[in-house]
Design a protein around this ligand. Structure first.
Ligand SMILES: NC(=O)c1ccc[n+]([C@@H]2O[C@H](COP(=O)([O-])OP(=O)(O)OC[C@H]3O[C@@H](n4cnc5c(N)ncnc54)[C@H](O)[C@@H]3O)[C@@H](O)[C@H]2O)c1
Length: 348
C-alpha cells in the first residue's frame, strides 16, 4: 500500500442540521472527519455555492484548503482522487458524470442516487465505463447491529429466510436506506418483480425531492424471498425491520437492539449490539479507501448494491402508475410519482 495520501475534495458543504443558516444536515461535516479518521486521504479543496457556508466549513473543520464556487473548476484544477458529493439528489447525476470525466478514482456520493431511474443508470454506466469506483452513502451497512442480524440470518438462526419487512416515513429518502438493508440481509440477491401503490395527498419533500406520503409494496427476490415495505405516517408493522424464517423471527427494534425468536428458543431473546469506536460513516469512508488500496475489493456501499435497492423505489412508483406489477429490470427511465402528480392523479 502506497503511503501517498489520496487527494480528497468535497462538493456542497452545507451547515449541520438545526444550526443557524442550515438548509439540511450539512453532510459534508460528517464526510470530512469520517474520511480523515482513517488517515489515508487529505482534503485539498472543496466547492460550495454560498460563501457563508464555505467560511463556516473552514472555521468549523479548521481547514484553509481552497474554496471553489464552481465544482467543475475544482475538478479541472485539483486532480482529485476521491470526491464526496454532498449536494441534494437532483444534482448527483450531473456531478457524478463530471467527476468521472475529470478523472477522479472514487466518488463517495450521498443517497438517494438521483431523482429518476434514467439518471441512476446514467451515473453508474459512466463510472463503470471509466473504471471509477462509485459508492453511495448507504452507511447503515456498517452498523454493527445490522451486520449481526445478517450473520444470524445467514447462519440459519431463524431457519430459511422467507420474508423481510420494513416500515419508514417514505420510500425515496428514508426508504432508500431500509430497502438497502433488506437487500443486505438477503445477501444482495437481484429482485425479480415489484407491485406497489403510492399516495401523495400532502406535500412531502426531502432535500428538494418530492416523495409519496404513503406507500405499500411487495417484491420478490430471485431466491424466492419476499420483501414488503410500508411507508408514511400511517405505516405500522410493529418493528423497524422484521425477518421471518421457517423456524423463527427477528425483529429489529432500533439501530442498537434486536430480538429473536429462533430455533430452540421458547421466548423472545433481546440482544444489544454496540457500535464501537468507529461510526457507520467512518467505516463507510474507510471501506471506500480500502477499495482504492485493494483493486477488486467491493465496498459495502458500492453502487452495484445501491442500484438494486433504488430500482425498487422507481419500480414501485411505476407500478402505481400502470396499476400493475413491474417486472425487472425496470425499463421506464422516468419518475412515476412525478408523472402521477403532474397528471393530477392524487386529486391536486
Ligand atoms: N446518509 C445519510 O444518512 C444522510 C442524512 C442526511 C442527508 N443525506 C443526503 O445528503 C445529501 C445532502 O444533504 P444535506 O442535508 O447535507 O444538504 P445541505 O443543504 O445541508 O448541503 C448541501 C449544500 O450543497 C450546496 N450546493 C448546492 N449546489 C451546489 C453546487 N452546484 N456546487 C457546490 N455546492 C452546491 C448548497 O449550497 C448546500 O450548502 C442529500 O442527498 C441527502 O439526501 C444523507
Amino acid at each position: 500500500m502506497s503511503e501517498t495520501k489520496y487527494r480528497y475534495g468535497i462538493i456542497g458543504t452545507g451547515i449541520p442540521w438545526r444550526e443557524e443558516g442550515s438548509s439540511g444536515f450539512g453532510m459534508a461535516h460528517a464526510h470530512y472527519p469520517s474520511m480523515m479518521k482513517n488517515e489515508r486521504a487529505e482534503l485539498v479543496a472543496f466547492s460550495e455555492l454560498q460563501d457563508s457556508r464555505a467560511q463556516y466549513f473552514q472555521q468549523k473543520q479548521n481547514t484553509k484548503v481552497s474554496h471553489y464556487h464552481s465544482y467543475t473548476e475544482m475538478l479541472a484544477k485539483e486532480n482529485l482522487d476521491i470526491v464526496s458529493i454532498c449536494t441534494w439528489p437532483h444534482l448527483h447525476a450531473e456531478i457524478t458524470v463530471a467527476a468521472v470525466d475529470a478523472g477522479v478514482k472514487a466518488i463517495y456520493c450521498e443517497k438517494p442516487m438521483a431523482t429518476n431511474w434514467g439518471d441512476c443508470k446514467r451515473m453508474k454506466a459512466a463510472a463503470d465505463e471509466k473504471g471509477v469506483l462509485l459508492c453511495f452513502n448507504h452507511q447503515r451497512r456498517h452498523i454493527k447491529l445490522f451486520q449481526e442480524v445478517r450473520r444470524a440470518v445467514q447462519e440459519g438462526e431463524i431457519g430459511e429466510i422467507v420474508q423481510i419487512e420494513a416500515e419508514c416515513g417514505n420510500l425515496y429518502d428514508w426508504g432508500t436506506h431500509w430497502l438497502d438493508m433488506m437487500f443486505f440481509y438477503n445477501n444482495d440477491e437481484p429482485a425479480e418483480w415489484v407491485i406497489g401503490q403510492i399516495n401523495s395527498s400532502t406535500e412531502n419533500v426531502a432535500f428538494g425531492a418530492k416523495m409519496e406520503d404513503q406507500a405499500v409494496l411487495n417484491f420478490k427476490w430471485k431466491n424466492g424471498v419476499r420483501g414488503t415495505m410500508v411507508t408514511g405516517d400511517l405505516a405500522k408493522i410493529g418493528a423497524v425491520h422484521r425477518l421471518i424464517g421457517t423456524d423463527g423471527v427477528i425483529e429489529v427494534l432500533n439501530e442498537r437492539n434486536y430480538r429473536i425468536l429462533g430455533k430452540g428458543i421458547g421466548e423472545w431473546k433481546h440482544i444489544e449490539v454496540p457500535q464501537g469506536d468507529w461510526s457507520d460513516l467512518a467505516l463507510a469512508a474507510k471501506d471506500v479507501v480500502r477499495a482504492l488500496d485493494e483493486p477488486g475489493y467491493k465496498p459495502l456501499i458500492s453502487a452495484d448494491h445501491a442500484i438494486q435497492s433504488t430500482e425498487i423505489i422507481f419500480a414501485t412508483y411505476r407500478s402505481s402508475q400502470i396499476h400493475g406489477r413491474v417486472d425487472l429490470p425496470l425499463s421506464y427511465d422516468g419518475n412515476g410519482l412525478l408523472d402521477l402528480m403532474s397528471a393530477g392523479a392524487f386529486g391536486k
